[in-house]
Design a protein around this ligand. Structure first.
Ligand code: SAH
Length: 497
């Protein structure tokens, strides 16, 4: 094989893309990763770092552009870490994601290509793949002229690129950020400086309830209070829709954005939003899906796959603030949620109550501990609907489900398992276990929640294989040739059956 070293110039065809959206090309069997190169491009690159079997290279020139290349919408897209594939047409992004999930199910999940193709529904894309995020956290810093700026971290660094109008966020962000930055300039309120640990304003969190129209601002600051905080809150409250202005104190020298406590400055401590007719109260610290329009479609698919008629018992593992649980609760007999974060479970209980879902119960703990413990200890009790639920829904973080959790799910033998996943590689790994344990892949549907990034959500329906799934063949016994030993054995088997 050829020797490759730093600063080598090469021309390569990009044939694939990795999880971070980097183009992947081959030169004589040697793999080259090129940031900002797209599948279908022919590019001239310069090697920045060469290893034995692969190299990272910088894009020097697009020689022949990919047929899927489109003009970027945002001038910052190459430096900002937010959008990884803004130059890939949205249709091509969707096709790429669908194909990635398909390949993982086949390669990692060990499923037959024919089975996967027979189960996969078309990916559900966004009607408008911009301005879809209901939440943004802007880091605040100081530019060379000493002016306060807000924006985004450049990819893999903490250098702030000033940008108050990200095209993925709501248009109100700009007015809110500019009001705060001009207040800082006017009053001399300094931005926080990560290197020295000095300064005050660290981050600005903005959230909008898409259905309610309510806006929330939370300033993360490096001390307990600052001069003029009430005046700033008063000015912010004049922005149409502003419902909540809070402070969060974070004096730690850490990458964690939010502090643990929230102090109300003006308006209400929470905003309300509605997802699929169910209302949720959201505090600055609550977990809440960032793309509400697609979330409704994702949960709708999960509910459809659960096949509820009104009497089923459902476990919702990794339930967060109970969003999926409550989507199911209106159509099920009973829903049991499990989640590791106690505050999220408090939110889930409150959300269930405010929406009148008395048929829900929530447990704090790890799914891989709560479920097995419950299964072992409740066996002798009269909890049939919990021990053998009709449906188990899981929506784990990227690392997927723990083995102990999968084992117990198999023991519980639900009729259907609905797996919601944000990482199709771990999904495929877990499906291998579940399909090996008596479940059959029935449906797969990808939903795009994060346009212009490489992430995709997938919902899968598995069904328990039953003896009556065995194909029935009608045999006319009179027609059987009963002279051979084989036929005699078959005849005996049929009679016994
Ligand atoms: N279903 C929810 C949340 C999904 S995110 C929704 O759609 O809004 C995954 C959730 O799993 C997070 O809330 C996280 O806190 C929780 N989690 C992570 N590890 C867990 C574990 N081992 N057991 C239970 N919950 C866990």
């Amino acid at each position: 094989m050829k020797e490759y070293k730093k600063d080598d110039l090469l021309t390569v065809s990009i044939t694939d893309m990795d999880a971070e959206g980097q183009g992947i090309g081959k030169d004589d069997g040697y793999t080259i990763f090129v940031k900002d190169a797209l599948v279908g491009d022919e590019v001239k690159v310069k090697i920045m770092k060469a290893k034995k079997n692969f190299a990272f290279a910088r894009l020097e020139e697009v020689v022949t552009p990919s047929p899927y290349r489109v003009a970027p919408v945002c001038e910052h897209h190459r430096r900002c870490g937010g959008c990884q594939v803004q130059c890939l047409s949205y249709r091509a992004q969707l096709d790429f994601k669908q194909n990635k999930v398909r390949n993982n199910l086949i390669r990692i999940g060990g499923l037959e290509a024919e089975t996967v193709d027979g189960c996969m529904e078309p990916i559900v894309g966004m009607e408008e793949p911009f301005r879809y995020r209901n939440k943004a956290q802007f880091p605040v810093g100081t530019d060379k002229e000493g002016n306060p700026v807000a924006g985004f971290y450049a990819q893999r660094t903490h250098a702030i690129i000033p940008n108050t109008d990200c095209v993925l966020g709501v248009s109100e962000n700009k007015e809110i950020l500019e009001l705060i930055l001009s207040f800082m300039k006017e009053t001399g309120l300094p931005a926080y400086d990560e290197t020295s640990g000095k300064g005050v304003v660290r981050h600005i969190l903005i959230r909008k309830g898409f259905e309610s129209g309510e806006l929330m601002v939370c300033l993360v600051i490096n001390r307990d209070s600052f001069k003029g905080e009430d005046e700033l809150a008063k000015r912010l409250m004049k922005i149409p829709g502003m419902a909540s202005v809070t402070l969060s104190v974070n004096k730690e020298r850490t990458n964690v954005i939010m502090g643990t406590q929230i102090r109300l400055l003006a308006g209400k401590p929470t905003i309300t939003d509605v997802l699929g007719g169910i209302s949720f109260e959201i505090s600055p610290l609550s977990f809440y899906q960032v793309n509400p329009v697609q979330t409704v479609k994702l949960y709708g698919k999960a509910v459809e796959y659960a096949g509820l008629t009104g009497k089923e018992s459902v476990w919702d593992l990794y339930c967060g603030i109970g969003t999926i649980s409550l989507f199911m609760a209106g159509k099920a007999g009973k829903v049991y949620g499990v989640e590791i974060i106690p505050e999220a479970i408090e939110d889930a209980r409150r959300n269930a109550e405010r929406n009148g879902f008395a048929n829900t119960e929530f447990f704090v703990g790890k799914a891989e501990e709560v479920l097995p413990e419950f299964y072992e200890n409740a066996a002798e009790q009269d909890k049939e609907d919990m021990l053998h639920p009709d449906v188990i829904v899981v929506d784990p973080p990227r690392k997927g489900c723990d083995e102990a959790c999968l084992d117990t799910m198999l023991k519980m033998q639900p009729e259907r398992i609905v797996y919601v996943s944000c990482d199709s590689a771990t999904l495929a790994r877990d499906l291998k276990v579940l399909c090996g344990g008596g479940y059959e892949l029935k449906k797969v549907c990808c939903v795009d929640m994060f346009g212009h990034t490489m992430h995709v959500e997938t919902v899968v329906l598995l069904s328990q294989q039953k003896p009556d799934d065995v194909i029935e063949v009608e045999i006319d016994l009179d027609e059987l040739d009963l002279t051979s030993a084989e036929s005699k054995a078959t005849y005996k088997e049929i009679q016994e059956y």
